[in-house]
Design a protein around this ligand. Sequence first.
Ligand code: FAD
Length: 299
Amino acid sequence: MLLINSELKNLIKGKVSYDEPLKRRTSLRIGGSAACWVEPSDKEDLKKLLQVIKKEALSLKVFGKGSNLLVKDSGFSGVVINLETPHFQKLVFKEKRVVAEAGVSLPTLISESARHDLGGLEFAAGIPGTVGGALMMNAGGKDGSIGPLVNWVEVMNLEGDTIRLERDNLEFSYRRSNLMGRGIILETEIRLQKREALKTLSMLKEVILEKGMTQPISQLSAGSIFKNPPTGPSAGELIEQCGLKELRVGDAEVSYRHANFIVNLGTATAADILSLIDKIQLTVFQKHGVKLELEIEIV
Ligand SMILES: Cc1cc2nc3c(=O)[nH]c(=O)nc-3n(C[C@H](O)[C@H](O)[C@H](O)COP(=O)(O)OP(=O)(O)OC[C@H]3O[C@@H](n4cnc5c(N)ncnc54)[C@H](O)[C@@H]3O)c2cc1C
């Protein structure tokens, strides 16, 4: 890493830091450090960074808000890229569409759309991610997900070329997209609907109120830990039926509000969360014969 230290400091205009604690970069507030954390200041910066990463054969991970990630206690030995810088946080509204850059947060996208009397993203209320993370995960809920609203996505591939992926080349399914492995998501165009701001606000309020009653929204979590099985009871129902609510390992606990959430009560480690995940998967398999698949990603 010594070589890369000096090289990156000279090359990159944006923020470069070493041994960056990833704990403060995830919603679970868990995990070790990244060898290197970079916030490129523009596309040229990002391109140069990707060239160094390729030349040095370094491992690479993009972080949005880290709200779907569990970072291991040993941390990440490569370069983490984060696009939450002004150059990657622009929104441009055109009639009933918005071009949103990857570093924009979903709450900002939703509230700015409402300010333009545009709605259609109410299903995403309460999802604390960025546009980049939402596209990668096809974020959504029971009332919809982001994928079907997307016209195109622009990515920078690992060679540093910018490529526009049109609707026909994009695939979105339950908490999955074919953007994985395509490079860094830069921006997207999303279709919206004409809707008065007041109407949108009341719809958002309803979604948030419902989530507040059923999910541990004021505690540290990464949202749903497991995907719902394709048929039958939801992951939360299966876990609850096993009597696992409030099961605890260290400071990691199965939420009493929603059994598909694991909360960090303060000092939980990644090892605590992983041990709890193992116990849940084993118990649910023994009782229901269902193998729960992770929705969160382990880094
Ligand atoms: C309280 C809470 C509630 C939640 N509720 C929901 C919900 O209702 N529905 C739902 O779907 N999710 C939910 N989540 C999970 C999470 O917020 C979403 O998956 C969100 O879309 C992740 O966005 P992020 O920016 O945090 O991405 P991260 O967690 O940082 O990353 C997720 C993935 O996207 C990749 N990625 C991020 N940005 C880019 C980019 N620019 N280019 C390439 N790859 C990128 C990362 O490498 C990683 O693979 C919830 C989480 C919490 C904490």
